[in-house]
Design a protein around this ligand. Structure first.
Ligand SMILES: Cc1ncc(COP(=O)(O)O)c(C=O)c1O
Length: 401
């Protein structure tokens, strides 16, 4: 069956953060929304039907996760990643960021260092700060248009830390870490006895020839210290149903983690999250492969358009995620000017690179999980605004990359 990702769904007035809260986020509500990481696409009917069927039952009391859910998770991971997980390794939480917070609260003490690799998904830093832990930065290095890990720096910083947070695929720079890169990080984690929180929420959105390599597949050393976080929320646009799949192979780590969650009385799960996640893993494979090809074509569309029409804007080739990292340093605009420009001149709501921390200045994050028509409209707005700006200022700055 062919799925049509060009069908536009009006998301306004559905209490959706992406389109209904533009005003509180950007100060105006007439923008084309390309910020927060969810998709504008409708789910495949198989998932919708399963949710509707469950809703039709009409009783939504306390619920236990059924065996069929665990089987669906196990099969998905085995088929996609060759990752044989055991049922007891699977823990559910109402989100990946909550899962990170639980891990930090249980396995680290106040003031201890938690390493992140900026520019990176900003709730990592917020969680560290909110929990009274210390942020330790191991900034990524941009080399020839591709971000890399500075392993020497990571090694020296790990001495002051208790936890390493890996983001793979990486939001916002869209790298998919290779087995060797993960191994390099894990060796350092082992040397300094760090707990590793491996956020793999974007693992299913990976473009060929890249492949997602689960951190837990690195072997015993990784298993003994890693909490890995997955979800269908990005892959199948289910963030509003709040269910994440946390994999913890090590019995000691798992016992600590689950007792922490039990103490919070978080043992139940959202009924619709269970039904949707199970059905997505059982029946969503074909929809996902068509989604990936649509997203890749969206990337090519933006990249070619930028090359031809958006002077000073360079699109980094994504290896995964539906988030493009736009290098706007060539426009010569400061970070504040970029925000002002995209909101008030172009009318496009994107995440400003600076919010992702060190190394984010001069970049913008564009969510391309939308129809090509919407994307085209946004690009035209940006082109026209850049055109007006260059006629006002005389030129765009040139930067050698
Ligand atoms: C890397 C990463 N982790 C976690 C999340 C959010 O996860 P959740 O909504 O399950 O807390 C996002 C959402 O954009 C993300 O990009």
């Amino acid at each position: 069956m062919r799925y049509d990702f060009d069908i536009s769904v009006d998301r306004r007035n559905t209490s959706c953060l992406k389109w209904d809260y533009l005003d509180s986020t950007f100060g105006r509500d007439d923008l084309i929304s390309m910020w927060i990481a969810d998709m504008d696409f409708r789910l495949p009917d198989s998932i919708l039907d399963a949710i509707c069927e469950r809703a039709g039952h009409g009783v939504f009391g306390y619920t236990v996760i059924p065996d069929s859910f665990y089987r669906a998770v196990e099969t998905w991971f085995a088929n996609r990643y060759g990752f044989e997980i055991q049922r007891e390794w699977i823990v559910t939480t109402p989100g990946v960021v909550p899962a990170l917070n639980f891990a930090m609260q249980h396995f680290t003490a106040e003031g201890e260092g938690v390493i992140i690799q900026p520019p990176v998904y900003h709730p990592f830093e917020e969680s560290i700060r909110n929990n009274g832990r210390t942020t330790v930065e191991n900034p990524l290095v941009l080399r020839n248009g591709r971000y890399c890990i500075d392993f020497d720096d990571l090694d020296s910083r790990a001495a002051d830390a208790r936890m390493l947070v890996i983001c793979n695929p990486h939001n916002p720079v869209a790298r998919v870490w290779s087995r060797d890169e993960l191994k390099g990080m894990m060796d350092i984690a082992e040397k300094h006895d760090l707990i590793v929180f491996s956020d793999e929420i974007h693992s299913d959105i990976v473009f060929r020839p890249h492949r997602h390599f689960p951190t837990l597949l690195l072997g015993d050393a990784a298993r003994s210290r890693t909490i890995a976080a997955y979800a269908t929320s990005k892959t199948f646009n289910l963030a509003g149903l709040q269910l994440s799949v946390i994999i913890i192979a090590d019995p000691w780590l798992r016992a600590g983690y689950t007792s922490f969650i039990r103490n919070l009385h978080l043992t139940g799960s959202n009924i619709f999250g269970i039904v949707a996640t199970q059905t997505a893993y059982e029946q969503g494979g074909e929809w996902l492969s068509q989604l990936l090809s649509y997203l890749w074509d969206n990337y090519l569309f933006v990249s070619e358009y930028a090359h031809e029409h958006l002077s000073g804007v360079r699109v980094l080739e994504p290896e995964g995620t539906f988030l493009l990292w736009l290098d706007c340093r060539g426009t010569g605009m400061s970070d504040e000017q970029l925000s002002e420009f995209f909101i008030h001149k172009a009318g496009v709501g994107m995440n400003n690179g600076a919010m992702f921390g060190t190394g984010g200045d001069g970049f913008m994050r564009m969510n391309i999980a939308t129809t090509r028509a919407n994307l085209g409209a946004a690009l035209e707005c940006i082109r026209d605004a850049l055109g007006e700006r260059s006629s006002e200022t005389g030129s765009t700055a040139a930067v050698s990359y």
